[in-house]
Structure formats: structure tokens, C-alpha cells
Design a binder for this molecule. Structure first.
Ligand SMILES: CC(C)(COP(=O)(O)OP(=O)(O)OC[C@H]1O[C@@H](n2cnc3c(N)ncnc32)[C@H](O)[C@@H]1OP(=O)(O)O)[C@@H](O)C(=O)NCCC(=O)NCCS
Length: 187
């Protein structure tokens, strides 16, 4: 197995950002893992991917995309953190009570699963959130995505008890998982 480094994307890496996202959207679990379809993403113009990479790169505020880059240069996986401001309302209509991180777009290539790489990506996302002084980090995971739930639990996330209905005519739910910022003395 090759080794890898976890780092933030660079603003000019939009082609790689697009390629990895399209690969993720072709994963068999994509319908329960991501809100976007492959067809919608594939039809987006280059400007969309250019803006996405630039907006999530090192040095920007509010969004940070991390990738695990293997020794051969291939991107093995990714996570993105969105900063949610207190006093706003989230996409599901719930109030955001504290400034917090929201982890989205979690994807690891098949050959890198169960290798520890997912944990390294999640740790990078969490560390960045604590560096920003965020009070907690959360994510939303489908009730049937048991593998993802297992990976999140291993990284310290636990269900908050909040359930988000999928809507769109299904009775399926998603769960909110959270990781509270440790007290300074625990870190
Ligand atoms: C989700 C994803 C990033 C997790 O990464 P991973 O490397 O596969 O995760 P890990 O193997 O480190 O951890 C998964 C854990 O869940 C466990 N698990 C797997 N399938 C399970 C199941 N059906 N029920 C319960 N636990 C399960 C694994 O055994 C493992 O725990 P262990 O290490 O204690 O054995 C990766 O599988 C992926 O990219 N999936 C497709 C996209 C996706 O679902 N993204 C998440 C959207 S919320």
C-alpha cells in the first residue's frame, strides 16, 4: 500500500476536484450518500468547478476541502468542511445555534477503504474546525449507510438524536452525528 498525505486543495486543482466528485457520484451507495446526482454534476460548467476549488482552498474562509494524496499523485479520498454561522438556518430549516463545522462530501476510493485513510481525513477536518475555534462539528448520514456511520463513530462522532427526513416522497431518514469540541484540558 502506498502512503499518502492529507492536505487542503489548491485553487488551481479544479480538474482533480471534479474528477473525484464524479467518481464519488458513481459509487453504488451514491444515492444515499450524496444529495447530487452524477448527471447534474457532470453537466456543470468548468466555471462551477473552478469556483468550488478556489472557494475551498488553503487561505479561504468558510469552506475547506481536504484530500488524501497518494504517493503516485492520485487523490485517494476527500472531505469538505463548511462553517455554519450561529443565528442562521440550515438547509433543512433548523436553526444553527452555535458556530460549527459541517462535514460534507466524504468519499474514499474503494482500494483505500478500511486503511485508516478515512480517519486521517476526518481528523484533518476536525483539527481545522478546532483551529477556527468552532464549538462542534456535525455531519448528516443516511440511516442505511452503516459503513459511513461506522467510520464516523470511529472518528468520535455520535448521533445527536436529531433526525432529518429525506423528503422527496420517501419515508427514509438521515441522522445528525456530532463531535463536541473538547475542553482545553482534555486536548
Ligand atoms: C464512507 C466511507 C468514507 C468510509 O470509509 P471506510 O474506509 O470505508 O471506513 P472504515 O473501514 O474506516 O470504517 C467503517 C467501519 O464501519 C464498519 N462497517 C462496515 N460496514 C458495516 C455495516 N454494514 N454495518 C455496521 N458496520 C459496518 C466497518 O467494519 C468499519 O469498522 P471497523 O474498522 O471497526 O471494522 C467510504 O466507505 C466511502 O467513501 N463510501 C462511499 C461514499 C459514502 O458513503 N460517503 C459518506 C456519505 S455520508
Amino acid at each position: 500500500m502506498y502512503t499518502y498525505v492529507v492536505r487542503a486543495v489548491r485553487a488551481d486543482e479544479w480538474v482533480s476536484v471534479k474528477e473525484l466528485r464524479l467518481l464519488a457520484l458513481r459509487d453504488p451507495v451514491a444515492p444515499i450518500a450524496f444529495l447530487e446526482t452524477y448527471e447534474v454534476a457532470a453537466a456543470r460548467p468548468d466555471s462551477f468547478w473552478q469556483e468550488r476549488a478556489a472557494g475551498a482552498a488553503e487561505g479561504t474562509d468558510g469552506v475547506r476541502q481536504f484530500v488524501a494524496e497518494a504517493e503516485d499523485g492520485q487523490w485517494a479520498g476527500t472531505v469538505t468542511v463548511l462553517v455554519e454561522e450561529a443565528g442562521t438556518v440550515d438547509w433543512a430549516g433548523f436553526p444553527v445555534e452555535r458556530r460549527q463545522g459541517h462535514v460534507v462530501g466524504v468519499y474514499v476510493r474503494d482500494e483505500w477503504r478500511a486503511s485508516g485513510l478515512t480517519r486521517a481525513l476526518l481528523d484533518a477536518a476536525v483539527d481545522w474546525s478546532w483551529e477556527l475555534g468552532l464549538g462542534r462539528v456535525r455531519l448528516i448520514v443516511h440511516e442505511k449507510n452503516l459503513r459511513a456511520q461506522g467510520a464516523y463513530r470511529k472518528a468520535g462522532f455520535i448521533p445527536s438524536g436529531r433526525t432529518v427526513p429525506m423528503g422527496q416522497g420517501t419515508a427514509e431518514n438521515e441522522y445528525e452525528f456530532v463531535l463536541e469540541r473538547p475542553e482545553a484540558s482534555d486536548r
